[in-house]
Design a protein around this ligand. Structure first.
Ligand SMILES: [Zn+2]
Length: 299
């Protein structure tokens, strides 16, 4: 079971959040049949969204990350709730690219570097807050760092990693770490933290050594007195249901709804987040159209 943990230095000036997202990225890969590079891109975005979701600190809040840099993957989207549970998709999960010259998966190239990362924070009341930042590298962690620096003016270090087995194409390890400097941090704190960050190993290396999310936070905040804010299990969770599809269909004009069935007399609605299909028969669609007409009359 994946786990996320939020920690803070006892003087309250540095926060570190870490996640082991290996299982949820594996689930995403199984659901979307992603190529290795698509797994890495979607996995990193899901991991980043999960961490950022837990920073919303409000019940029923949601955070959406969307990145599109004009690369062959198209858009990559991840949505997290305030507990860090996530779902997402990539437009072209089958796209694969040769490894980058450094031997790593070419995530930046697959995402593209000509576009934006957008962050939508929906706190469940009023208009959602939308922030955007130009893509820095398309490697996602750097783009999230850049978002916090430019859009929220919070000095942030973000590291995300997905390790895919070269032979099987399956996800082996995934995780993330986000460190933020909070108001009140003095020079000594900053320089100590900079040293820690400079010597941090990649997230998947730490996970491979058997470090869990808590251990990663302690490593990031080495030399500080650290308190745990909270910690909970996270997973890949889709919120779709037949009722939700029905609600979406109810926004269409009734004359459109009654003609949605194909030549076999059914309509298939497909959830892009979990690939589940919902079937509506011609009769069900007619019933819905009639109900919509009825509602209109009463309104
Ligand atoms: Zn779904």
């Amino acid at each position: 079971m994946d786990k996320i943990i939020r920690t803070i230095t006892s003087d309250g000036t540095v926060m570190a959040v870490a996640i082991d997202s290996s299982d949820l990225v594996y689930t995403a890969q199984q659901l979307h049949h992603t190529s290795p590079v698509a797994t890495a891109a979607l996995g990193r975005l899901l991991t980043g969204a999960s961490i950022m979701g837990t920073l919303l600190k409000k019940e029923d809040a949601a955070l959406t990350l969307k990145i599109n840099g004009g690369g062959p993957l198209g858009s990559v989207v991840a949505i997290a709730d305030e507990k860090g549970n996530v779902r997402g998709y990539v437009d072209h999960p089958e796209v694969d690219l040769p490894l980058a010259p450094n031997g790593k998966l070419a995530v930046g190239e697959a995402v593209g570097r000509n576009g934006r990362l957008s962050v939508v924070r929906d706190l469940g009341e009023g208009e959602p807050y939308v922030g955007q930042v130009e893509i820095t590298s398309g490697e996602i962690a750097e783009d999230i760092t850049s978002y916090y620096a430019t859009s929220e003016q919070i000095p942030t270090v973000c590291a995300l990693g997905v390790l895919v087995n070269r032979e099987t194409g399956k996800t082996m390890l995934a995780g993330g770490l986000l460190i933020q400097l909070l108001p009140g941090a003095d020079e000594a704190t900053i320089s100590k933290l900079e040293k820690n960050v400079a010597s941090l190993e990649p997230v998947t290396t730490m996970l491979a050594k058997g470090m869990d999310a808590h251990a990663m936070c302690l490593r990031a905040l080495e030399g500080f007195e650290v308190e745990v804010l909270d910690s909970y299990p996270v997973s890949y969770v889709c919120t779709c249901s037949k009722d939700r599809v029905k609600n979406a269909l109810s926004t269409l004009p009734p004359e459109e709804v009654e003609h949605l069935a194909d030549e076999n007399g059914v309509m298939e609605a497909h959830c892009q987040y979990c690939n589940h299909s919902y079937t509506f028969t011609k009769e069900e669609l007619q019933q819905l159209a009639d109900q919509l007409r009825q509602n209109k009359k009463q309104a």
